[in-house]
Design a protein around this ligand. Sequence first.
Ligand code: SF4
Length: 56
Amino acid sequence: MIKVDQDKCIGCGLCVGICPEVFQMNADGKSEVLKQSDSADAQNALASCPVNAISA
Ligand code: SF4
């Protein structure tokens, strides 16, 4: 299950840019998971997070 650690996320928006089907920015300016997916884009977003806030 894909999760975003809200304490680690710095709100850079990269994951949302890479995979908007899975990630969206919330009212706190952090990324949150919209829906689960094992697509290549979701994996790319996970791997691209600069602070490793995304886990699966
Ligand atoms: S890439 Fe990482 S730090 Fe940037 S918004 Fe997504 S979860 Fe947060």
